[in-house]
Design a binder for this molecule. Structure first.
Ligand code: SF4
Length: 175
């Protein structure tokens, strides 16, 4: 996997102050994508064991609420194993920090359904590591700049833990 950027202090992609990882590679090619340079799977730098260690180090301060993974597309099948390995390490090191992930896939159609473009052998494990999944492609015609943590009306902020228990999508609510 490659990544384009690590934001050390990000207040735009989830609640509180977060570390954000922008992975490379996305085949969806939404019109007016905010981050089209990351469509290329080899954009940026290789994601290595040192990159993982750097993210774990950046997450250590008490004022960092958690990690957000976005892109590009974290659920591209090439990216899922490396994202999963990272999230497991984050979970083990910081069980009380939250993990958010953004995907252009629709949870039920592309990730949970057999044969979906975002589904492979590690997907269920990956979903179990994520607290909140912001799903759905960016749809330029539904763009709304007043939305928090998402760009277009069709996108959802999903509470993954509750969703996996309930068996259908439950939206996240800030507590
Ligand atoms: S899914 Fe995200 S990164 Fe991919 S084209 Fe759409 S907005 Fe851009």
């Amino acid at each position: 996997m490659y990544y384009g950027e690590i934001k050390k202090v990000d207040i735009a992609n989830g609640p509180g102050t977060r570390v954000s990882l922008f992975v490379s590679g996305c085949r969806r090619h939404c019109k007016d994508c905010f981050n089209a340079e990351t469509w290329d799977f080899s954009f940026g730098e290789p994601f290595t064991a040192q990159t993982e260690q750097e993210i774990l180090r950046l997450l250590a301060p008490g004022y960092i609420h958690g990690l957000t993974v976005l892109g590009g597309e974290p659920f591209e099948l090439e990216n899922q194993p490396a994202v999963l390995a990272l999230l497991k390490k984050v979970r083990a090191a910081y069980p009380h920090k939250t993990i958010w992930c953004f995907t252009g896939n629709v949870l039920e159609e592309d990730i949970l359904a057999e044969g979906g473009c975002g589904r492979c052998a590690v997907t269920d494990d990956l979903l179990r590591q994520i607290d909140v999944l912001v799903d759905g492609p960016f749809v330029a015609e539904q763009r709304n700049v007043s939305l928090r943590f998402r760009g277009s009306e069709n996108q959802r902020i999903i509470d993954m833990k509750t969703t996996l228990r309930a068996g259908s999508a439950v939206l996240w609510e800030e507590t």
